[in-house]
Design a protein around this ligand. Structure first.
Ligand code: DGL
Length: 278
């Protein structure tokens, strides 16, 4: 199907793999009336250890694929892609591809909320090596809250634990505790920790166990869902272009059976994925 010229379509949700499902779940819970098309580039995950150029290239390919399926609005449900590709796609590619379509990320809405969550302005970030290196959170947080101090910890093992379904196994504890200790070793008084990677909510119970009780652990799903609701309310023209049939389609670049199993667990409903090639 080629809907490049379509003027209406599902809301596209993209991630390198399964992580974006933690965002899709909350978006669908908040706005079940829309159609959604989720694309996980599992064959090329993780993105977090890849270079700037490669993350940009892969993300652009995924966005173009979703546009071809008719999506008018695409959410990058991936911090790494939001950090490394969003700005170039918005500023350089969209005007050439189709200036009326939109691509939105997950970092800005998360940062906007953190002012309400942190009391002492000491904020911790767990992210992929790519997100941490990009300093996107540091830059965005200090823009909005100049007095805040940001402490980041990259967690290269956490995405592979999720992608390989090891996130709830005892072996994961070692890697979780190690990074939590490193973050709080930088600044023990951190009172809010952002899980700045959409895969990390799957490790939430383990992360919560090691993070001091005095700190809040912030996940992005509800924040992004609320921000998207608000966006569609403020942009009735885009809302009009998002079809409302309550459906959800799953696409993956890897094994469809495995993706269907994972998506059914995450979304708590039967999910059937289709394999595609980007
Ligand atoms: N889930 C993604 C993120 O939010 C990327 C994980 C990866 O592929 O490394 O950063």
């Amino acid at each position: 199907m080629n809907n490049e010229k379509a003027t209406k379509g599902a809301i596209g949700v993209f991630d390198s793999g399964y992580g974006g499902l933690t965002i899709l779940r909350e978006i669908r819970r908040a706005m079940p009336q829309y159609d959604y098309m989720y694309l996980g580039d599992n064959a090329r995950a993780p993105y977090g250890t890849r270079s700037f150029d490669i993350v940009y290239q892969f993300t652009l390919e995924a966005v173009q694929y979703l546009f071809k399926q008719g999506c008018q609005l695409v959410i990058l449900a991936c911090n790494t892609a939001s950090a490394k590709a969003l700005r170039s796609i918005q500023q350089r590619d969209l005007p050439l591809i189709d200036p009326t379509r939109r691509v939105l990320g997950v970092i800005r809405p998360t940062v906007e909320k953190i002012g309400e969550i942190s009391c002492n302005g000491h904020v911790g970030i767990f992210g992929t090596p790519g997100t941490v290196q990009s300093q996107s959170y540091d830059i965005e947080i200090t823009k909005l809250f100049p007095d805040f101090k940001v402490y980041s910890q990259s967690c290269p093992m956490w995405v592979p634990l999720v992608e390989n379904c090891e996130y709830d196994k005892p072996g994961a504890d070692y890697f979780v505790q190690q990074e939590v200790d490193r973050l709080f070793g930088q600044e023990p008084s951190i009172d809010a920790v952002i899980l700045g990677c959409t895969h990390y909510p799957l490790l939430f119970d383990k992360i919560r166990q090691y993070v001091p009780q005095s700190a809040r652990v912030v996940t992005q799903g509800e924040i992004v869902a609320e921000s998207l609701c608000d966006y569609l309310r403020r942009h009735p023209d885009m809302d009009e272009r998002c079809t409302k049939g309550g459906s959800c389609q799953y696409l993956t670049t890897e094994n469809a059976t495995r993706f269907s199993e994972m998506a059914s667990i995450f979304m708590q409903e039967p999910a059937t994925a289709t394999r595609i090639i980007l």
